[in-house]
Design a protein around this ligand. Structure first.
Ligand code: HSE
Length: 430
């Protein structure tokens, strides 16, 4: 029987989910896989806190470094999140020869090179399946199942909170604030929702996907990131009139000039498979040159799905330790090539443009003229009936245009007397 002695950092929602899963499945793993996963120490903020599932006091410590320095610990499971403290703890664990399992996407996105280099030098495993898509085994799919493929693109919904908010805005016609409040009440969105609604959490996850899809290092700041906080319910309604839904997508696309890597609200045709991923669900659509499209769909967050991914990593490490698995096909040490990320201003896309304009003769012509001067061709156009205040929404869809041209044109249009407020720009994908 191979025994893996685990030190756990964090007993919040996710840590407690992992603890419960281990308690209920430990015997099964011993019996069916011949692996004993033994929890030997758990770091918590407050030992005396009342917990739903009681944990023996003898396991608890308020000093997380005690866990990573414990000579009897083989693997540290980091579930505290955040960057600074987690980085110090993981660094110490690897330095002391322990393997690491983490769900920390922010840390891996922003300091992945350092952490992976250290793991490499110390010849320790670091696994992080739970960091992207919660319970969806997307990292394993990229590193193992799809290894025979050159990845051409990834289109993904990897922030459940944003997807929940956009779904509520679409189905209930609620506005952004109401939908956000509902997401907070349901426990999807944090009290400070910035990371989720501004696209940062999705960009962290995309950085990790990029590393393994395209086998290279990526600087987090090179990923274009735009969240959903500027999406209005009217945009969702107008998109619907044109046959589209609004989704927050994390996109990676290979091209000759580099890789497009962006997180952004996107109009998708209603028939697109990702347009029908609703609520807090996640989905990752990967296109490989051999396999074509592969869709992974499931729960991207929550204690049980996240614990499922963490446990799979632990079993993986135990199997390697026991000599029952060889190295994976795409080991971390192969990933050293800096990836060239295309600047957002050079991408080519179709666009949804929404202006609030004064309804008087010549306004549409003026806007069309600015767009024409910037080589932007209109493919569809709707203006709504006159409403109070004489300001009406004008919606234009464009043919393929360069982002740089669109930004310059919008800057000009927003300065026109007849245009009020800031115009809305949303990219369209097919
Ligand atoms: N906050 C994330 C989401 C879950 O809403 O998808 C953790 O990654």
């Amino acid at each position: 029987m191979k025994t893996l002695r685990v030190g756990l950092l964090g007993l919040g929602q996710i840590g407690a989910g992992f603890y419960s899963l281990l308690a209920s499945k430990r015997d099964f793993f011993r019996r069916e896989i011949g692996i004993s996963i033994d929890l030997v120490k758990v770091a918590v903020r407050n030992k005396d806190k009342k917990r739903k599932k009681s944990v023996p006091k003898s396991l608890l410590t308020e000093n997380a470094f005690e866990v990573v320095r414990d000579p009897s610990v083989d693997v540290v499971v980091e579930l505290i999140g955040g960057i600074r403290e987690a980085k110090a703890l993981i660094g110490e664990a690897l330095t002391r020869g322990k393997h690491v399992v983490t769900a920390n996407k922010a840390l891996l996105a922003e300091a992945g090179d350092e952490i992976f280099d250290l793991a490499d030098r110390k010849k320790r495993w670091i696994f992080f399946e739970a960091s992207v898509g919660g319970g969806i085994p997307v990292i394993k799919a990229l590193r193992e199942g799809l290894v025979a493929n050159r990845i051409e693109s990834i289109y993904s919904i990897i922030n459940g909170t944003s997807n929940y908010i956009l779904t509520r805005m679409t189905e209930d016609k609620s506005d952004f604030r109401e939908a956000l409040r509902e997401a907070q009440e349901k426990g999807y969105a944090e009290a400070d929702p910035t990371l989720d609604i501004e696209g940062i959490d999705a960009a962290h996850k995309l950085a990790i996907l990029l590393r393994f899809a395209f086998c290279g290092n990526v600087r987090f700041k090179d990923i274009y990131c735009e969240g959903i906080s500027r999406i209005r319910s009217e945009d969702i309604a107008f998109a619907h009139e044109f046959g589209y839904r609004v989704k927050l997508l994390a996109i990676a696309k290979a091209s000759k000039e580099g890789i497009e890597a962006r997180v952004q609200p996107t109009l998708l045709p209603e028939s697109h498979i990702l347009a029908n991923v609703n609520g807090a669900f996640n989905a990752v659509l990967i296109r490989g040159d051999q396999v074509g499209d592969v869709l992974l769909y499931g729960k991207g967050a929550g204690p049980a799905p996240t614990a499922s991914a963490v446990m799979s990593d632990l079993i993986d490490i135990a199997m390697r330790e026991a000599g029952r698995l060889n190295e994976e096909a795409l080991p971390m040490r192969a990933i050293r090539r800096p990836l060239k990320i295309k600047n957002i201003s050079s991408i080519l896309s179709r666009y949804y443009l929404r202006f609030h304009v004064v309804d008087r003769p010549g306004v549409l012509a003026k806007i069309a003229q600015v767009l024409g001067k910037h080589r932007i061709s209109i493919s569809d156009c709707v203006q709504k009936e006159r409403s109070a205040g004489n300001v009406v929404p004008l919606i234009l869809l464009t043919h393929g245009a360069h982002e740089r041209d669109v930004r310059n044109a919008i800057r000009r249009i927003d300065r026109l007397d007849a245009v009020s407020g800031h115009s809305q720009v949303i990219r369209i994908e097919q």
